[in-house]
Design a protein around this ligand. Structure first.
Ligand SMILES: [Fe+2]
Ligand SMILES: [Fe+2]
Length: 342
């Protein structure tokens, strides 16, 4: 049907009812006639339909069941129930199942037209709301896309800046860049073996990459020094976790990396720095970082005369398990032979 008139589908097994409805409606609407549920469903899936006039008592199927089916598959088609037996209970059920109104046989012409018109208004309102909702959804998706892109751009440019900062430290001590890479990869191995969820591993990677960024604010002579640090120099060096936090804090999207950066030099027995946190009070990612950091320091620190062999590092980890390090993390490193990947 190519005209712009609304289309009414009549599903009723009584020929006389179909004909009388068609007779009343055909001047103002397109009318499709279906003698049963099958034909009705055929029209619904093959034609544009605005309103269904549905007999509550069909021969082959309960009209209320067909009502529920149509309502589920075509939520924007309004359904008016037609019945010869208007018990309050039946009408209540029909409304509960999603009918917008009902008509009692025999029909009053004016009432029929009025009920159909009201149903069309309801349908227009629903479609209007649906369109608004669709537009809102589309706008939300678009905004999310814009925000994601802006965040990526910000992350990329910040990552570039932070990498430049790490390279700056590396130019002073010739160590930090490679150290950070090794600490990051060992931390991620530990986290993987400990079945740490992916999202947390992402933040662990971020924290590990930036854990020593605070060295940027430490005196170059101290960073460059190859011999043992004096007490005063060591105290200055100990400030690098908090200096790191100062550098990262203005970047709100890196907020979740802060705890591990701040606490990567805490000890399990509470004798570490900067806060002297103990055991489980130390953020989990910081406990992983502490082990990975110490392993790399033992194996690759330029200050050491001779790097420790794997066996010696293992012994060091075991003898400090529960005092310096989280014993569960040490167990994983030893049991999974993770040192061979450093
Ligand atoms: Fe550190
Ligand atoms: Fe480190």
């Amino acid at each position: 049907m190519t005209n712009n008139r609304p289309t009414i589908l009549v599903i009723d097994d009584a020929l006389c009812v179909r004909q009388s409805l068609q007779f009343i409606l055909r001047d103002k609407f397109n009318v499709l006639l279906a003698p049963g549920a099958l034909e009705g469903k055929f029209y619904l899936s093959s034609h544009h339909v605005d309103i269904v006039l549905l007999d509550i008592r069909l021969k082959c199927i309960d009209g209320l069941k067909l009502l529920a089916d149509i309502r589920e598959r075509f939520p924007y088609i309004e359904i008016i129930m037609i019945t010869a037996y208007a018990s309050v209970e039946t009408i209540r059920k029909a409304i509960r199942f999603g009918a917008c109104d009902y008509l009692i046989k025999p029909f009053d012409k004016d009432e029929l037209i009025s009920v159909v018109r009201n149903a069309l208004i309801q349908r227009e309102n629903k479609l209007g709301l649906k369109n608004e909702l669709d537009m809102l959804k589309e706008s939300t998706l678009y905004l999310e896309h814009i925000i994601r892109n802006a965040k990526d751009t910000m992350m990329n440019s910040s990552e570039t800046n932070l990498t430049a900062m790490l390279l700056n430290i590396d130019s002073k001590d010739g160590y930090t860049w490679a150290h950070v890479k090794r600490v990051t990869s060992l931390s991620l191995l530990i986290a993987e073996k400990m079945r740490v969820p992916v999202e947390h591993r992402r933040w662990l990677k971020c924290s590990a990459s930036l854990h020593d960024i605070g060295k940027l604010n430490i005196d170059t002579d101290i960073l460059k020094k190859e011999s043992k640090l004096t007490g005063h120099e060591y105290e200055s060096m100990k400030k690098h976790p908090e200096e790191g936090v100062k550098i990262i804090r203005p970047l709100p999207f890196l907020k979740r990396a802060v705890p591990a950066i701040k606490h990567h030099h805490e000890r399990y027995d509470g004798k570490g720095y900067p806060s002297g946190l103990q055991g489980g009070a130390i953020p989990f990612k910081a406990r992983i970082l502490a082990v990975a950091d110490a392993v790399d320091s033992m194996m690759n620190s330029p200050v050491r005369q001779s790097p420790c062999a794997l066996e010696r590092v293992e012994r060091e980890l075991q003898s400090n398990s529960g005092s310096q390090f989280d014993p569960e993390i040490v167990d994983i490193v030893i049991r999974e032979r993770l040192l061979s990947f450093v």
